[in-house]
Design a protein around this ligand. Structure first.
Ligand code: 9Z3
Length: 328
């Protein structure tokens, strides 16, 4: 992931549309796209009909989480990846569900999952034991965390508050995001996109990718990466133009972070950009919008608190104001 991306090119020009058509036209077909679309529509219907879930209409947010890979071969052996752990997306999902939202969690396979953040990294091996040959049971040291995780996750799924859709590579991510965008279009301002996934800026177009494993005998490797078209623009203008949209900006250099976030805000006309720095991303973020910049910090007096707690409260308030404004 890099930030030396499309921002140098001024304004979303028609060329973006050609790039997008060519991206989707040459991408391998999304596996199970019909099933995904069905699942999505069922989830949206359940949450937007007064009979569904707990009897009331809910706002729906699509939270994207984790990083996209960039395959180097069609029968992929090697790929380019990025650092994202999925912690931001998983934590944010928990706070959105707690606040009454239904969440479509579009996540990278193998990254952090909602309600599992307090479990050890290898939960199955660490959490259970067979005392004296009797039935498997949860170790007492992990019992509270496991109970909480199982209870909260099962409640969210049973009440249709959480739909998880996985991706691995940049093609799957953008194709699934397009399905979600299209499916949420009719919800207008009640829908939200919270784009915390770390999306590759560069990729190898499918039709210029070698089919088989790249051979090392051929010496040093030169690969030309094309720029991933800025789908944020098409999401905002075509897929779900009335949805409330929050994007993220990551930098490692604090001196350029806010300027870059401001540029993204203006260029894609999102409702806010959450600016974060790699090293301090779990401690603080800055919400950049046309109302100014708001610094959001984790409550350091509360052990184990998350920056996503105050962040989601702020985003929800902004979303409520947006819905109200859209109806007047
Ligand atoms: C973020 O900035 C997220 O907050 C993080 C979260 C990826 C830093 P973790 O998954 O980290 O909890 O380990 N996401 C967006 C990053 C991104 O790709 N932004 C693009 C950019 O900066 C714009 S779409 O150019």
């Amino acid at each position: 992931m890099s930030s030396i991306n499309g921002l140098g090119r001024e304004g979303p020009a028609p060329v973006v549309e050609d790039e997008i058509t060519s991206f989707f036209g040459s991408a391998p077909p999304l596996k199970d796209s019909e099933k995904i679309f069905e699942k999505l529509n069922r989830f949206i219907e359940l949450n937007s009909s007064p009979q569904g879930g707990d009897g009331g209409e809910r706002r729906i947010v699509c939270v994207t989480s984790g990083g996209t890979t960039v395959p180097l071969e069609q029968r992929c052996v090697r790929y380019i990846d990025n650092f994202s752990s999925g912690n931001r997306g998983a934590a944010s999902t928990e706070y959105f569900v707690k606040a009454g939202y239904a969440v479509i969690f579009l996540y990278r396979r193998g990254t952090c999952q909602p309600y599992c953040r307090s479990l050890p990294d290898d939960p199955f091996l660490e959490c259970f034991e067979f005392p004296d040959g009797s039935d498997i049971q949860v170790r007492s040291s992990h019992s509270e965390a496991v109970k909480r995780a199982v209870r909260d996750q099962q409640a969210a799924v049973a009440e249709s508050r959480l739909l998880k859709l996985p991706f691995t590579n940049i093609f799957e991510y953008l194709q699934t995001l397009q399905l979600i965008g299209t499916a949420l279009k009719d919800l207008g301002p009640d829908a939200m996109f919270y784009l915390a996934a770390a999306v590759s800026d560069f990729y190898v177009p499918w039709n210029s990718m070698t089919e088989h494993k790249i051979q090392s005998g051929a010496g040093p490797l030169d690969i030309r990466l094309a720029q991933v078209p800025k789908m944020l623009w098409v999401l905002r203008t075509k897929w779900a133009p009335s949805a409330f949209c929050i994007s993220f900006k990551l930098e490692t250099d604090s001196k350029i972070l806010l300027e870059k976030a401001g540029m993204a805000l203006r260029k894609y006309k999102v409702h806010a950009v959450v600016a974060n720095e790699l090293l301090t991303r779990k401690e603080e973020v800055v919400v950049v919008s046309t109302d100014g910049n708001v610094l959001v910090r984790r409550d350091t007096d509360k052990p184990g608190s998350d920056v996503e707690d105050p962040l989601i409260r702020l985003i929800m308030d902004r979303h409520s104001a947006y819905i109200k404004e859209s109806h007047t």
